[in-house]
Ligand binder design. Structure first.
Ligand code: GAR
Length: 196
């Protein structure tokens, strides 16, 4: 079976740890895919530098430019992507990308959706809300992306505990470890489901 071609989109706040987990899982063969492009807002970001250090092909699309959505589509189509993985991408994805890759855009969210999802719920905001709610369990969700925040079909969820003395930072760290296993597993499952 030919390897699926993955494009990874990283936002301004993305650190690239899920990108590294996905690229490593491709390298070891646990995802039957290869990362063909990483698209970042600037080359100076830590995520872009980590991608370059892994020998990945990096392209820049600047969200401040009016051409942003067509720049994204061009970078992804130009590299022949089959799937798009959002990793640390906090904004609503331009519609043109969803149109170009229907049912092929995947996101990781740091909670068990539909809980703690929606507009404004990203990164540390999510972990703070989980702790404030008194929830004893959280986790991560890997889901397909549609035009609404955090509402596409759920592919995989993995739980983890919330400790009574957790801070948003300690909880974020625990959830991130779970994400690093769940994201590659969900991608492998989706690629198998689609036949490539
Ligand atoms: C991850 O925890 C991911 O779930 C979250 O941002 C972090 C990115 O980490 N994404 C969202 O909140 C999207 N709504 P990374 O850049 O190290 O992969």
């Amino acid at each position: 079976m030919a390897l699926a071609r993955l494009g990874i989109l990283i936002g301004r706040r993305g650190r690239g740890s899920n990108m590294v987990a996905i690229a490593e899982a491709c390298a070891t063969g646990s995802i039957p895919a290869e990362v063909v492009v990483v698209v970042t807002p600037a080359l100076e970001t830590p995520a872009a530098q980590a991608a370059l250090a892994m020998g990945l092909h990096v392209e820049v699309a600047d969200p401040e430019l009016p051409s942003y959505s067509s720049d994204l589509v061009q970078a992804l189509q130009g590299n022949g992507c089959d799937y798009i993985c959002l990793a640390g991408f906090m904004r609503l994805l331009p519609h043109a990308v969803l149109e170009a890759f229907p049912d092929r855009v995947v996101n990781v969210h740091p909670a068990l959706l539909p809980a703690f999802g929606g507009k404004g719920m990203y990164g540390m905001h999510v972990h703070r809300a989980v702790i404030e709610s008194g929830a004893k369990e959280t986790g991560c969700t890997i889901h397909l992306v549609n035009e609404h925040y955090d509402e596409g079909r759920i592919l995989l969820q993995r739980p983890c505990v919330v400790d009574s003395d957790d801070t948003p930072e300690t909880l974020a760290e625990r959830v991130l470890k779970v994400e690093h296993e769940a994201y590659p597993a969900a991608l492998a499952q989706l690629i198998k489901e689609n036949g490539s």
